[in-house]
Ligand binder design. Structure first.
Ligand code: HEC
Length: 113
């Protein structure tokens, strides 16, 4: 009576596989003290493609560490991007979040060691 007919229950197998995947999902990283935005992680994922080493080195885009530009310029460049060079992020981040990103850029230091 308890004999399993696995072959006739592919859906059950699928569900159990799904459970494994869900169980492996990492819990969300705790919000750091800069509010809801983990800028370092965001930068690595969203900007690192063009601004290398967390903004410390040039890549497709310029090095951001020690930028001679003022905060307003950096803010606006992130917000509106530059045609053909950098995407605009004004839709992704609000002004307060962009300010956090500018703060992150200002705080960049060469990696120790
Ligand atoms: C597709 C590549 C690309 C991505 C992705 C990208 N950038 Fe840029 N970024 C550039 C380029 C190219 C420039 C130089 C634009 C110019 O010619 O003025 C630039 C310029 C900048 C500047 C101005 C620096 C300066 O001195 O002129 C800031 C600040 C900046 N990016 C921040 C960011 C941030 C923050 C992100 C992620 C949210 C990001 N960028 C994502 C390509 C990129």
């Amino acid at each position: 009576m308890l004999k399993l007919h696995l072959k006739s229950y592919p859906a059950a197998l699928g569900v159990s596989l799904l459970c494994v995947v869900v169980a492996q999902a990492q819990p969300a990283a705790p919000a750091p003290d800069n509010g809801s935005l983990d800028v370092e992680q965001l930068f690595a994922g969203t900007c690192g493609f063009c601004h290398s080493d967390g903004g410390r080195a040039a890549g497709r885009g310029p090095q951001l560490m020690n930028s001679p530009r003022d905060d307003e310029f950096l803010h606006n460049r992130i917000k509106t991007g530059k045609q053909g060079a950098m995407p605009a992020f004004g839709e992704s981040f609000n002004d307060a979040q962009i300010d956090q990103i500018v703060k992150y850029i200002r705080a960049l230091k060469p990696r120790a060691g």
